[in-house]
Write a protein that binds this ligand. Structure first.
Ligand SMILES: NC(=O)c1ccc[n+]([C@@H]2O[C@H](COP(=O)([O-])OP(=O)(O)OC[C@H]3O[C@@H](n4cnc5c(N)ncnc54)[C@H](O)[C@@H]3O)[C@@H](O)[C@H]2O)c1
Ligand SMILES: Cc1cn([C@H]2C[C@H](O)[C@@H](COP(=O)(O)OP(=O)(O)O[C@H]3O[C@H](C)C(=O)[C@H](O)[C@H]3O)O2)c(=O)[nH]c1=O
Length: 326
């Protein structure tokens, strides 16, 4: 069994690769892994340090949009797990071209290569943001796509191309759409690692707008297990939502982080709202629960405390990244 993982040096991809190699998904049996990653600002080989010497792991630095390279790494691959993307909403608002190139063009190159080379399965890791904002309740998989940001529009485009290749050519593509992830090794531009590292450094946290926007928080280990189940027994041409059911406003999340780091509201700096800021996301993950046996296992309070502790103990990982972006 040969597994190709794109974006395996990023936040979720590296958590997946480490857990796969450490035996978390025994249903894959004996396997070898090839990681294809461009190592953009968000990709970091240090994320794979605990497994980098594993003889089953081969790392290839390269771009998803390079058709020749993708054809080369796809040879002999049975299963593809596609994480690689431009992933940060604020960056897409500042300039969306890299999102169009990597997420749409790169996604197409990969899905098309997977079907031409006869891969058995290809999981495209998408996002709940493709559905747009929901005032109450949770989006099911068949809700029409209504993305707001250039990021979410590029992910929706990628999803539609994946499904088109399935309908037209029988490409073996399965889509998973997760809610917001948190956990170790997340680049300190996303709200949880940004706020935690600011607080650990004695800096204030920039809370957008009125802090009332709501996100559903799924631990990265739960998300990765859902992806591994989809790669193993998800149906081609289908979409599966992945979530936790744990929704929080950004102000509630901030209060939890203030408590965990021994701070109070004086450390909150209200700032201008994000443009086109979706108010609330929530997904119905009943389909993946019923069909594939997915269940979120990590209670939010435990997961968040563990995440804060990880950042407190791994300054050497995030300080250089903070210096590069602050
Ligand atoms: N972070 C979340 O909360 C979340 C939630 C749902 C879905 N997703 C999706 O999950 C996937 C992974 O997200 P993440 O937060 O780990 O992202 P990330 O930004 O941490 O990592 C992205 C990785 O992709 C690589 N990459 C970028 N462009 C590339 C290219 N052209 N060719 C090859 N590699 C390239 C980067 O080097 C990096 O290693 C993305 O597809 C994202 O849309 C993320
Ligand atoms: C960076 C930042 C964010 N926020 C707010 C904005 C959002 O309402 C919330 C989370 O923002 P963040 O940028 O961390 O995540 P989302 O914009 O929800 O998107 C994330 O979750 C989805 C599912 C993906 O698919 C994305 O890849 C992932 O980045 O905190 C602030 O208030 N201040 C800040 O400095």
């Amino acid at each position: 069994m040969r597994i190709l993982i794109t974006g395996g040096a990023g936040f979720i991809g590296s958590n997946f690769v480490r857990r796969l190699l450490l035996g978390a998904y025994p249903w894959f049996g004996r396997f070898e892994v090839v990681v294809l990653d461009k190592l953009t600002y968000a990709g970091n080989l240090a994320n794979l340090a605990p497994v980098i010497d594993d003889p089953r792991l081969d790392f290839v630095r390269g771009d998803l949009c390079d058709t020749g390279l993708v054809d080369k790494v796809m040879r002999g691959v049975n299963t593809v797990v596609h994480f690689a993307a431009e992933s940060h909403v604020d960056r897409s608002i500042d300039g969306g071209l890299a999102f169009v190139t990597t997420n749409i063009v790169g996604g197409y190159v990969l899905f098309d290569a997977a079907r031409r080379h006869g891969a058995d399965a290809c999981v495209a890791v998408s996002t709940d943001e493709v559905y747009g904002s929901i005032d109450s309740g949770s989006w099911p998989e068949d809700h029409p796509l209504d993305p707001t940001s250039p990021y979410s529009a590029s992910k929706a485009s990628s999803d539609l191309l994946a499904l088109s290749l399935h309908r037209t050519h029988g490409a073996p593509v399965t889509i998973v759409r997760s809610s917001n992830n948190y956990g170790p090794y997340q680049y300190p531009e996303k709200v949880i690692p940004l706020f935690v590292t600011n607080l650990l450094d004695g800096r204030k946290v920039p809370l957008y707008g009125d802090g009332g926007n709501v996100r559903e928080w799924t631990h990265v280990d739960d998300h990765c297990r859902g992806i591994a189940l989809a790669a193993h027994k998800g149906r081609a041409g289908e979409v599966y939502n992945i979530g936790s059911g744990h929704t929080l406003s950004n102000l509630e999340l901030t209060d939890a982080l203030l408590r965990l780091t021994g701070n109070d509201r004086s450390m909150v700096e209200p700032v201008a709202d994000r443009k086109g800021h979706d108010r609330r996301y929530s997904v119905d993950f009943g389909k993946i629960t019923a069909e594939l046996g997915y269940r979120p296992e990590i209670p939010f309070a435990d997961g968040l405390a563990g995440t804060v502790q990880w950042y407190a103990e791994n300054r050497a990982w995030w300080e250089p990244l903070r210096r590069a972006t602050v």
